[in-house]
Write a protein that binds this ligand. Structure first.
Ligand code: ZN
Ligand code: ZN
Ligand code: ZN
Length: 257
């Protein structure tokens, strides 16, 4: 099972528009962050998590010509608002299967009412078939099992995802401020744990770097990667402060699990 980070930035992206700070002006390519999204794939399946405002650019950059399914974590714009650009994929593949919780699919249906219309037999419109999913109900995509796990994002309960193949597990928990005990139990000991680490200062809807490290101590993954990063965290200098098995993700980073 392989993972590619399509985007690792907070909702502003990095650099922030018009910001003169050191990170936004950095020449390190790892300090250039599109909005948070990943691809998880094997030889026959390719799963896309979230379709934010950079979705088109991310597909072009990663040479994505088809997807097996789209999974959404939650309804915030930085995770959904690029969905219209799925049109070239649905022109080629027909209806794309999209999975999310009920609030996320309802929001997508409001914004993109033309996308979920079923039984269109031609291109010209993006075409997606929505599927409401429930926490802990495992989905099967080829040889990859996907289990949605509830996490808190401020007051909101949203979805993290566990991807499992041949007993090896990868967990993606972006936009996270608290992990309930039943999800912690499920995540514990996974091979790869990807988690929100917004910045140093506390935030009501996101883990700080210190809170993300605490979560790693509880979950004890083999390796951890932080994502949804603001311009408060310069890549190289921040990563140098972390334990050896914890890294800051960056756009284009690829892992094998
Ligand atoms: Zn976000
Ligand atoms: Zn900045
Ligand atoms: Zn969010």
């Amino acid at each position: 099972m392989n993972l590619r980070f399509l985007g690792t930035g907070t909702s502003y992206g990095v650099p922030y528009i018009g910001c003169p700070c050191e990170v936004c002006q950095s020449n390190d390519p790892r300090d250039k962050r599109l909005r948070a999204s990943i691809l998880v794939e094997d030889d026959s399946t390719r799963l896309l998590v979230d379709t934010g405002p950079d979705f088109r650019q991310q597909c072009l950059r990663a040479s994505v010509d088809c997807v097996s399914a789209v999974l959404w974590t939650h309804l915030h714009n930085d995770h959904i608002i690029g969905l219209d650009d799925i049109r070239p994929l649905s022109d080629r593949q027909g209806y794309i299967q999209g999975y999310g919780d009920a609030p996320t699919l309802a929001r997508l249906g409001q914004i993109f009412d033309y996308i979920f219309v079923q039984n269109r037999d031609h291109g010209g419109f993006p075409r997606v078939t929505p599927h409401i999913i429930e926490p802990f109900e495992t989905l099967h995509f080829g040889a990859i099992e996907v289990t949605p796990l509830p996490i808190k994002h401020g007051q909101r309960s949203i979805l993290a995802y566990e991807f499992q193949k041949e007993g090896r597990r990868l967990v993606y928990a972006t936009d996270c401020s608290h992990i309930p005990p039943e999800s912690i139990e499920r995540m514990r000991g996974c091979e790869v744990f990807i988690v929100d680490a917004l910045r140093h200062a506390a935030h009501p809807n996101h883990f700080s770097l210190a809170q993300a490290l605490e979560a790693c101590e509880i979950i004890e993954p083999q390796r951890a990667f932080f994502t949804h990063i603001t311009h408060d965290l310069p890549h190289a200098a921040t990563e140098a402060t972390l334990p050896e098995n914890v890294k800051i993700a960056f756009d284009g980073l690829e892992l094998t699990v």
